[in-house]
Design a protein. Structure first.
Length: 69
């Protein structure tokens, strides 16, 4: 059980990882045309970040808020 503040922080982290990861992934795909090594690094890093965001969505679905005081 987590506090509402911690859950809010977790939700913000999820969206940052998802959107940032997908943006990096797409940027890496376009960068690969010019620099293959840099593009591949961006694709892998973005994919890992987006996957971590998806895993945190699952974690968030299983966590309950601590409403007791």
């Amino acid at each position: 059980m987590l506090t509402p503040k911690t859950i809010s922080r977790l939700e913000k982290t999820i969206w940052i990882l998802l959107y940032g990861g997908l943006l990096s992934l797409v940027l890496g795909l376009f960068t690969q045309r010019v620099d293959d090594d840099l593009g591949l690094t961006l694709v892998i890093g973005g994919g890992v970040a987006a996957a971590l965001g998806a895993v945190l969505i699952y974690v968030r679905s299983r966590v309950r808020a601590n409403t007791e005081k």
